[in-house]
Design a protein around this ligand. Structure first.
Ligand SMILES: Nc1nc2c(ncn2[C@@H]2O[C@H](COP(=O)(O)OP(=O)(O)OP(=O)(O)O)[C@@H](O)[C@H]2O)c(=O)[nH]1
Ligand SMILES: [Mg+2]
Length: 299
């Protein structure tokens, strides 16, 4: 297959070819590795929008797309839908919330199910993101629901990560604070129209104060009301500005190292199957000489 000519088409804005090659990667069709090996390193900034279910991430993304289009930019969006049955509405929700953009020529939206990677993003999201970076887009946005592992993964994928919080979500500040602090380049407190928004914002600042007192980097906090388009201009400009800072350029190597780590991990583990392990363990145990460490040493 002539990958080079197809990548040229993607560069020229051919969305059909882009969609087809994403599927080639997603389904690990023959030759997909040679396709990936031909790609020049992408430089399009990748913005990660993460946060708890229902925080308003899709509504924010919808409005950010609007702002980007107003500025004459082209945008690609990846929505990672957890495949858990609890989230079946989410896919439809994203479709509806961003529906006005699905047919816009300068917007490309693709949903990916997070099948196969437990609590994480999508097994091929790094590669799919890399392919999007070959396109004529100015912005790539990845929306993920923060459910433990996935917000850590997004930090290894995005150049700038915005963590969306909401006034009613007091708990996740307590429980995920350490992890959130590590990955967030920006906190967005959405649903600022809620009556308890001001109290929540103060609470958040109080929680962060001792951390900053220890000399940790300060993370900007923005307030938005996505449904009313409030705070979106500032959010857009802040994201744009963060993507261009020197700190982010330094972070790029860290991000690439994180991607490399995940790809190496996936490659090394590709032949390891839990069912086969169980069968081999069963066989050894039946012989009566099982030892976990001697067993592992063979892999
Ligand atoms: N009051 C208020 N409601 C909002 C705001 N932003 C979003 N919502 C509503 O919150 C609900 C969830 O919004 P979504 O944008 O789907 O949230 P999400 O974070 O993408 O949700 P998942 O993808 O399912 O995790 C919808 O009913 C939105 O209309 C806001 O600023 N204020
Ligand atoms: Mg959503």
């Amino acid at each position: 297959m002539q990958w080079e000519s197809q990548v040229e088409k993607i560069k020229a804005g051919d969305r059909k070819t882009l969609a087809r090659l994403i599927s080639v990667i997603e389904n690990q069709q023959e030759g997909y590795i040679s396709l990936l090996e031909k790609l020049p390193m992408g430089i399009t900034p990748v913005f990660g929008i993460t946060g708890p279910p229902g925080a308003g991430k899709s509504t924010l993304v919808d409005k950010l797309i609007g702002k980007a289009i107003e500025e004459g930019k082209k945008v690609a969006v990846l929505c990672v839908d957890p495949s858990s049955p609890f989230h079946q509405g989410a896919i439809l929700g994203d479709r509806i919330r961003m529906s006005s953009w699905y047919i816009h020529p300068d917007v490309y939206i693709r949903s990916l199910a997070s099948r196969g990677s437990l609590g994480g993003l999508h097994p091929k999201i790094i590669e799919i993101c890399e392919l999007l970076q070959q396109g004529d887009f100015d912005w790539i946005i990845i929306e993920t629901v923060g459910v433990g592992q996935s917000e850590i993964e997004i930090a290894g994928l995005a150049d700038v990560t915005a963590v969306v919080l909401v006034p009613e979500g007091g708990d996740e500040i307590q429980t995920m604070k350490a992890g959130l602090m590590e990955i967030a380049d920006l906190f967005v407190v959405n649903k600022a129209d809620r009556p308890d928004a001001a109290r929540y914002l103060n609470h958040l600042k109080l929680m962060l104060a001792p951390v900053y007192a220890r000399g940790e980097k300060e993370i900007p906090i923005l307030q938005t009301t996505a449904t009313n388009n409030e705070g979106i201009d500032l959010l857009y400009n802040t994201l744009q500005q963060l993507a261009g800072t020197e700190k982010q350029e330094d972070k790029r190597n860290v991000v690439l190292a994180e991607r490399a780590y995940r790809l190496i991990e996936a490659k090394r583990l590709q032949d390891i199957d839990r069912n086969q392990l169980a069968a081999a363990i069963k066989a050894e145990r039946e012989q009566g000489n099982f030892n976990l460490y001697r067993f592992v040493a063979k892999y």
